[in-house]
Design a protein around this ligand. Structure first.
Ligand code: OGA
Ligand code: NI
Length: 357
């Protein structure tokens, strides 16, 4: 189906544009006025919900209710006291910062292609002449094991593979715990959501985003507006530099990350499984003139070849299924051809329409 195996034009590392010190960004990175950061940014101190999981030990119901409300109303929340050691979080952040600071020739040896997207990349989508985002990234697979290939992971810094592996295992366990909570909150048995994902045969991958300093941050975005296509995302944001914005009606809320917290968000597949009780919410990233930013997005996904559709238990005559069954493989292929594209992908499952890109 996807015959394309290479990029439509030569890849330019955003980091090299930033390092050149040139005060003007190339036209390819200039967004149309309505997509620029200034439009509708919320200057207030609203933040996404912050939920302390420590409470699970003594006061289950309150925490379950907080998570339920966050999934319904925001599609985004931060979790504190999630059980993953701050030292590991600091080290994995640092490992990736060190990787992006390696000489360009070293990074180049991990250059990715649109065939699998694994490795060091600088664009999403293969549309020739597309407006690009101000970021480089690294994408790798953790699960299923048949896709996990250490040779495609950075060998430097020296402890990179071991730290990424340990981080992946911890985040995976945490996702398993959250899946049970979401399932119970939807009124399903605790394993129903996980089973719908394929039980143990789920997919997991890591996308590390590197947003270099930008001389004209008002004209571009680090990552265009999109919703996450997978099941659930656990984002470890930069602990120094904010940048993530979440859509709230017609406003964009800038997330203020809490120290050593994860930002959790619902992806399109849980929106489908929950028959839209939980929302996969649009978000984007703004960049900064004086500071680079590194974030780690861990994607917890259904097994890629099983049909995902609204859970039977949630479908009634009053609540008919809003989405037809579709495997994650089919869904992802559709998205990757286009690049980030607002909410149009999950919406187009309901009624086909094109995104204006
Ligand atoms: C993503 C994403 C947000 C960030 O990688 O899908 O939304 O803050 N990242 O980098
Ligand atoms: Ni995202």
């Amino acid at each position: 189906m996807n015959g394309q195996i290479d990029w439509p034009e030569p890849i330019v590392r955003v980091q090299s544009l930033s390092d050149s010190g040139f005060p003007v960004i190339p036209d390819r990175y200039v967004k149309p006025p309505t997509e620029r950061p200034a439009s509708n940014s919320d200057g207030s101190d609203v933040n996404i919900p912050i939920i302390d999981l420590q409470g699970l030990l003594y006061d289950d119901e309150t925490i379950f209710a907080q998570i339920s409300e966050a999934c319904r109303e925001w599609g985004f929340f931060q979790i504190l006291n999630h059980g993953i050691s701050p030292q590991l979080l600091d080290r994995v952040q640092e490992v990736w910062r060190e990787f992006f600071h390696l000489p360009v020739e070293v990074k180049q040896s991990y250059a990715n292609s649109p065939k699998t997207y694994e490795g060091y990349g600088s664009r999403l989508g293969v549309e020739k002449g597309a407006i690009l985002d101000w970021s480089d990234y690294y994408f790798l697979h953790l699960l299923p094991l048949k896709l996990k290939d250490y040779n495609k992971w950075p060998a430097l810094p020296a402890d990179a593979r071991q730290v990424i592996d340990e981080y992946g295992k911890e985040v995976l366990k945490l996702c398993g715990r959250l899946m049970k909570i979401l399932s119970i909150n939807l009124g399903l048995g605790e394993d129903i959501l996980q089973n719908a994902f394929g039980g143990e045969n789920i997919g997991a991958c890591l996308r590390v985003n590197y947003y270099p300093k930008c001389p004209q941050p008002d004209l571009t975005l680090g990552l265009s507006s999109h919703s996450d296509p997978g099941g659930m995302t656990l984002l470890l944001p930069d602990n120094q530099v904010p940048g993530l914005q979440v859509r709230r009606g017609n406003n964009w809320i800038t997330v203020k990350p809490a120290r050593h917290a994860f930002i959790v968000n619902i992806g399109d597949q849980i929106q489908v499984l929950s028959n839209a009780i939980y929302k996969s919410v649009e978000h984007r990233v703004i960049v900064n003139a004086t500071k680079e930013r590194v974030s780690l997005a861990f994607f917890y996904n259904p097994k890629s070849d099983i049909p995902i559709e609204p859970a039977k238990e949630l479908v009634t005559p009053e609540n008919p299924p809003l989405y037809p069954p579709m495997t994650f493989d089919e869904y992802r292929l559709f998205i990757r051809m286009r690049g980030p594209c607002g909410k149009s992908q999950v919406e187009s499952l309901k009624s086909p329409r094109d995104c204006n890109k």
